[in-house]
Write a protein that binds this ligand. Structure first.
Ligand code: UFG
Length: 323
């Protein structure tokens, strides 16, 4: 298929493009490079530097490249930032998302895979979290993803625009070619590896008094290659209708366990320091993963935490300055 990948120069988007190309699809990347990196763009993909707000440019691209489906990853994705600046989250993730949907309707492209988030659940009442759990986002980021999911539902009903929303849990790790490089970096594994590489003195542990076995937060870390492969499977859903899936393994690791595993993988001592809880962090986020495995035949191949950290470490050693 010929796929338009918004945000294809970002961390997850660049791996999605890599996997699309490996499976014989054609990819056109549309990214404004506000967070993405030009050098993360695969040489075999066409690259358009453009903004989602520019609906005309999107329509033109979809026509010129005979686009058949969109994988929409462009957007703002940091919970903490969204608490301080909700406006930019609603503009980027909702208003600009609407501009993309307008363009799709105009160009007659009626298939979209959407990068949603576990943040739509807010503070979950039960673990693991299944797709039919209550949606009560506890941040503007989660709220913006929820709003877009809702819009997609009505666009399906009214315009037959088919969607597959993927609610990511914690994307982590790297492929051979693409890894995680955010500025500023807020994610746990890259922050730990900075300490292992001698770029930072210590990693802050945000809260050690959570109601979890060791007091630190538990997350479901998903290898970015497995996560990317879920997008390829999601494209098949669009032939049949619309769906929503969690993308997680159904098992979790605490912050303290991740630090310990990183010490083993890197062979480096990683200093930590206790810090206050980070506002908005739920104690435990673990996906109910049955639906995606059953319906899509998603068969993750890299679920061991040591392999996830190892892949991120290998990428870091090969790319000490990131992109
Ligand atoms: N953490 C630390 N120290 C750090 C960084 C993180 O202790 O330096 C802790 C956090 O408090 C959290 C865990 O490590 O408990 C994981 O934090 P991340 O920032 O790596 O990931 P989040 O779980 O906060 O965020 C992820 C995605 C978001 C998504 C969210 C859903 O990155 O896009 O899950 O809640 F919205």
């Amino acid at each position: 298929m010929r796929i338009l990948v918004t945000g294809g120069a970002g961390y997850i988007g660049s791996v999605v493009v890599e996997r699309l190309l490996a499976k014989g699809h054609e990819a056109v990347i549309y990214d404004n490079l506000s967070r993405g990196h030009r050098s993360a763009v695969a040489a075999e993909a066409r690259f358009i530097e453009g903004d989602l707000a520019d609906s005309e440019a999107l329509v033109r691209t979809m026509h010129e490249d005979s686009i058949e489906a969109v994988i929409h990853l462009a957007g703002s994705s940091m919970v903490g930032e969204s608490m301080r600046d909700p406006r930019s989250y609603f503009v980027n993730n909702v208003v600009n998302g609407l501009s993309l949907l307008d363009a799709m309707l105009k160009a007659g492209v009626l298939k979209i895979v959407f990068s949603s988030s576990a943040a739509v659940y807010g503070l979950p009442e039960t673990i693991p979290i299944n797709e039919d759990a209550a949606l009560k986002p506890s941040s503007p980021y989660g709220e913006s993803k929820f709003a877009f999911e809702r819009m997609l539902r009505w666009y399906d009903e009214a315009y037959k625009l088919r969607h597959c929303s993927l609610r990511y849990f914690n994307a982590a790790g790297a492929s051979e070619l693409h890894g995680e490089h955010h500025t500023p970096e807020t994610h746990l594994i890259p922050n730990i590896l900075k300490v292992a590489a001698g770029e930072a003195e210590k990693v802050l542990i945000y809260g050690e008094d959570y109601p979890t076995p060791d007091g630190t937060c538990v997350r479901d870390y998903v290898h970015v290659v497995d996560l990317a492969d879920a997008h390829l499977l999601a494209l098949n859903v669009l032939e049949r209708g619309s769906e929503t899936y969690n993308v997680g393994y159904g098992s979790g690791y605490s912050v303290a366990e991740v630090v310990e595993m990183a010490r083993q993988v890197t062979g480096k001592w990683i200093s930590t320091e206790s810090a206050p809880r980070r506002p908005g962090d739920p104690p435990v986020l673990i996906a109910g993963a049955d639906k995606i495995m059953r319906d899509l035949g998603w068969n993750p191949r890299h679920s061991e935490l040591d392999r996830i950290i190892e892949s991120a470490w290998r990428w870091k050693l090969a790319n000490p300055n990131g992109y």
